[in-house]
Ligand binder design. Structure first.
Ligand code: NAD
Length: 468
């Protein structure tokens, strides 16, 4: 596994501090990396900026062709990539394979977009054209939960729109992104797609660099605020995809068996470490008991363990900080009167394992309901009045996603319309698409990823007014 940075087409060892990459399933070191020092960050930005002077004129056909080659290599090396993801992130191998498939679907979709030129004629007959031009050097900062596909979400639209990019992956999961950037560099000119390694301070130096024209960040709200503060006075474009505390509302007319299964998957996907997975569940009192009973049955049959083992359905929490945070939130909720609704099994403490846990009798004073727990614990609330539930949900400082589950689509749509968040799903949750805008409201983010707006967020407009 390559553990080096890649810039200007070269593999480079960082001159900064060393750090270890840990397998969360057994706490062993799988790789030693080195952070970039200040001089290397400068060199990397210069390389990207120099490459941009030529790359911005590239023909779209060449970009499509190069993206096709990247997709071909990723497909051929899918098994190796998935193994790296599982080793560094912890998710079961099947889920890591799905992450690579999702990445391929994203490349395929974005590759075929046409960057539009709008032709306009005003009532007096004057003609105008509005072009979408690349921005320059893009800084991309990615988190540890979906390291491969989130890097794809940042890098592919940037390349498609003829920008040059520098990614800094999470220090917890850099290896699959290094593999990705290595593949991209086989098919794109040197300096177009780069990667530097490091922790928060390297991310800060990169995002605050005056030659960086755009920041695309996916991570916590706390870091998002810090990045935004660092851009004051710099006029950079910033897209922040941040934390969430997504609610799901189960109406009284659902098919309990099938809906409970889908809700379970949407809440515990990737051991609950997905920005837009269900993080609080509101169930109508008429169906509460059988619904919780089905969810408990599903939780209790999970095989929690090392993602490399074929019988594992549920991996560890990715790192020690997150593991302790999730355990602490659960402990505090129980101390304050919350009740565990299923029968979590005792599991090995050789890794950061937490058995999927359903928690009832929770209230608005508990962190487990109001904060993003980002782990395999799900607070559940019994309700009778959906109007009150909507008010409770909307009181959250987060506004990433939400969902309504019902066999009556019109009724579900009326409720969906009242939820204050960027994406609402009806009868599903967390199934994002490259074709629809995705962005958080309130403290869940600024700007959009995906869809036409997400792609054009990597461009600036130039209006050309043509008179005879
Ligand atoms: P994090 O904010 O701790 O770290 C994310 C990245 O930011 C890492 O690469 C880190 O090194 C870097 N970083 C830290 N401090 C920095 C600074 N001052 N300047 C620049 N970069 C800095 O987040 P995390 O713990 O890796 O990821 C989990 C969080 O990400 C959760 O809150 C989750 O909801 C969120 N997330 C959001 C989305 C979304 O699309 N909205 C998707 C995935 C994850």
């Amino acid at each position: 596994m390559n553990n080096k940075m890649i810039f200007n087409g070269q593999k480079i060892t960082g001159n900064g501090q060393a750090f270890e990459v840990i397998n969360p399933a057994n706490c062993t070191v799988i790789s030693n990396c080195n952070e970039a020092d200040h001089k290397q960050i400068e060199e990397c930005v210069k390389a990207a900026n120099d490459a941009f002077q030529k790359w911005k004129h590239i023909d779209d056909k060449c970009v499509r062709h190069s993206l096709e080659q990247v997709a071909k290599d990723i497909a051929e090396e899918k098994n190796d990539i998935a193994k790296i993801i599982t080793l560094e992130q912890g998710k079961p191998l099947q889920l890591a394979l799905l992450e690579v498939d999702l990445a391929l679907y994203w490349i395929e979709t974005i590759k075929n977009y046409d960057i539009p030129v709008d032709h306009i004629e005003d009532p007096m007959g004057k003609k105008m054209e509005v072009h979408n031009k690349p921005l320059g050097v893009v800084a991309s900062i990615t988190p540890w939960n979906w390291p491969f596909v989130i890097a794809i979400w940042h890098i592919i639209p940037a390349l498609k729109t003829k920008n040059c990019i520098i990614n800094k992956p999470s220090e917890f999961t850099p290896l699959s992104t290094i593999k990705l950037v290595e593949i991209i560099n086989r098919h794109f000119p040197s300096g177009v797609c780069n990667l530097i390694l490091g922790k928060g301070e390297v991310g800060r130096a990169l995002t605050e660099h005056p030659q960086v024209q755009k920041i695309t960040f996916t991570g916590s709200t706390k870091t998002g605020i810090s990045i935004l503060n660092g851009t004051v006075g710099q006029f950079k474009k910033v897209v922040l995809e941040l934390g969430g505390n997504d609610a799901a509302i189960i109406l009284d007319d659902v098919n309990i068996e099938s809906v409970a299964e889908k809700v379970f998957q949407s809440a515990f996907f990737n051991a609950g470490q997905t920005c837009a997975c269900i993080k609080r569940l509101y169930i109508h009192e008429k169906v509460y008991d059988p619904f919780v009973s089905k969810l408990s049955e599903l939780a209790d049959k999970q095989k929690v363990g090392d993602g490399m083992e074929s019988q594992t359905t549920f991996g560890p929490v990715q790192n020690e900080i997150q593991y302790l945070k999730v355990k602490n939130i659960l402990k505090k909720a129980i101390t304050n009167g919350a009740k565990v609704l299923n029968n979590p099994q005792k599991i090995s403490d050789s890794g950061y394992f937490i058995f999927p846990t359903l928690v009832g009798e929770v209230n608005e004073n508990m962190e487990i309901l109001t904060e993003e727990q980002f782990g395999p614990i799900l607070p559940i609330v019994k309700y009778s009045d959906v109007g009150e539930v909507i008010k409770d949900i909307n009181r959250s400082e987060y506004g990433l996603g939400g969902s309504v589950w019902s066999s009556n689509i019109d009724k579900a749509k009326t409720i969906a319309d009242q939820l204050e968040c960027g994406t609402v799903w009806i009868n599903s949750h967390a199934d994002v698409s490259p074709l629809a805008e995705f962005g958080g409201w309130k403290t869940s983010g600024i700007g959009y990823a995906f869809g036409k707006s997400g792609l054009l967020a990597y461009t600036k407009k130039q209006a050309i007014h043509i008179s005879n």
